[in-house]
Write a new protein. Structure first.
Length: 174
């Protein structure tokens, strides 16, 4: 297995009950107050990370698929990222990263099957040369999405890519 392109990850919570239900309510029922709660927990995790998170210059969300945007009407990662950036006093730049192609949902895929479909799916379309970029997502499962995003950002010149996630799935063997 190749080393991930991202430099580190900070997670506020583990994706286990009852956190899984909180995130599912947020994503599927649009309970936006959950985004504020998750952004605050994530901001606290960033402030108290050990070792400290290096200075971040740009915060951006993982883009949702067009299908998910049509179904939900919003990007969960975008809602968390917007509020997180405000709490940390950082620049929020959601338009810097684009998603190309839809692909199948990863929900039903195992760990090994998730890694390939993300390659080349994301493109950085704005200036990130020398920047430390924080990529925000709601849940980190295998790291495949964050890896693909980090590849695109580093190809565009980002100096560092840090994943900031509301919850991380605890590792388990498939």
């Amino acid at each position: 297995m190749l080393a991930p392109a991202f430099d580190r990850v900070v997670a506020a919570l583990d994706y286990v009950p009852p956190v899984d239900q909180l995130i599912l309510q947020f994503k599927n029922a649009g309970k936006f107050h959950h985004a504020r709660f998750m952004a605050e927990l994530l901001a606290q995790a960033v402030r108290h990370a050990s070792p400290q998170v290096e200075r971040i210059t740009i915060v951006l969300p993982v883009p949702s698929s067009r299908q998910a945007l049509r179904r939900r009407g919003f990007n969960p990662a975008g809602e968390i990222a917007r509020q997180l950036a405000a709490r940390l006093g950082l620049a929020y730049r959601p338009g810097l990263l684009l998603r190309s192609g839809e692909g199948a949902s990863q929900k039903q895929l195992g760990r090994a099957a998730r890694t390939g479909p993300q390659a080349g799916r994301y493109q950085c379309v704005g200036p990130v040369e020398g920047a430390a970029v924080a990529v925000v997502d709601d849940v980190l499962t295998t790291g495949a999405t964050l890896h693909a995003v980090a590849v695109a950002l580093k190809k565009a010149g980002a100096a560092r890519v840090v994943g900031l996630v509301a919850a991380r799935t605890p590792y388990r063997q498939d």
